[in-house]
Design a protein around this ligand. Sequence first.
Ligand code: SF4
Ligand code: SF4
Length: 448
Amino acid sequence: MNIRTLTFKGGTHPPHSKKATEKLLVEKANSPRVIVIPMQQHIGAPCEPIVKVGDEVKLGQKIGEAKGFVSSPVHSSVSGKVVAIEARLYSGGGKVTCIVIESDMEDTLYEGIVPKGRLEQLSADHIKTIIKEAGIVGMGGAAFPTHVKLSPPPGKKVDTIVLNGAECEPYLTSDHRLMLEHPEKVVFGLQALMKSMGVSKGYIGIENNKPDAIEALFNAAKAAPEIEVVGLRTKYPQGAEKQLIYACTKRQVPSGGLPADVGVVVNNVGTAAVIADAIRTGMPLVERIVTITGKGVKTPKNLLVKIGTSFRDVIEQCGGLTDSIGKIISGGPMMGIAQFSLDVPVVKGTSGILILSEAEARLPEPSNCIRCGKCVDVCPINLMPINLSAYALQDKFEQAESHHALDCIECGSCSFVCPAKRPLVDSIRVAKREIMAKRRKSQLAQNK
Ligand code: SF4
Ligand code: SF4
């Protein structure tokens, strides 16, 4: 096995904390009695419900129609009856319109769920339509609609697809298990992505703390010379788009630019696997692998969970919570979103549910900056987090903008290494929000 090991500049080394689940087979989670399916599970415009209260629905049936190009439809993950359509809490923050379905526990399949044909016989446009209609979005957490990524702006020529199998977030092992247990799906999905864009080169980038996954993908891709499996140095945030592209192709996405600017589209390995399902079986995105871990849960697991299952139901299947709960996070500790309720549903982007104990979650008090420069050294985007944070804390958002605050990928590396425990990424996030709000306002004024 001849595998190159590549990386990027900057980055940091948080403890992996993956031992609790990395060797555990994915188990199928119990089907819940009630599921709650948000109409907003993706970046872009929310869906509109196309069923009403009292309707019977089947497993895989479309229940929310995408509104706008940057949007993605949603499907029922059970068969049963729609009992409510109302605003409910969502793990992304706030409330969104949700379709609540009482399951009949039969999982009767929707008639339209049929295999889409052999990959060789599908045209590029047909593959894109299958991906769009199956409601497929980025499974790494960002949940950007995949069909939009596959339609770069005119004039941008994409010649490479990179699959992200880095899974650099501590604690999470859902991608690792997927690559070990279904490597052929990942390879098939990558081939479908490549065909949909007329691309002849594909990479699968995997951090080298997962040698078994590297080997599994290497073997699965043996008969596909157009695909290269690349070992990546274990370093956070190795799975961030720009860092991954640089590691695999040595191409640098410009400030403010997109991967398509350097001829690349990046997708998660989980996205490739659900594309394989959508083509081979016709099943849209109605379930995903979730890692449930941390000292706050009794029995950590990797579970295949139906979209719409509540965090509470999922945690109960892991033996419930321990007595010491400090924080519940949707996703990993570096980029995940803290939750204040367990009554939120698993959505397409829920890669993990991390339950930290009180001791793990306790944040030290910030002290004065000692100007050590560590935050600057680790920033993978070559930003000056110390300065950006200072501008943000003084409401000097224009200066933050001119110092490229919007390029910050919110990886949290700067906050992680800061010996003074300054709230760097939190303050930069505020600056980004303010800059975007100002841009939107001036855009609106121009359009009047
Ligand atoms: S400034 Fe942004 S991109 Fe740079 S290390 Fe901090 S969070 Fe990451
Ligand atoms: S790492 Fe923290 S203490 Fe060091 S320069 Fe950056 S903000 Fe200051």
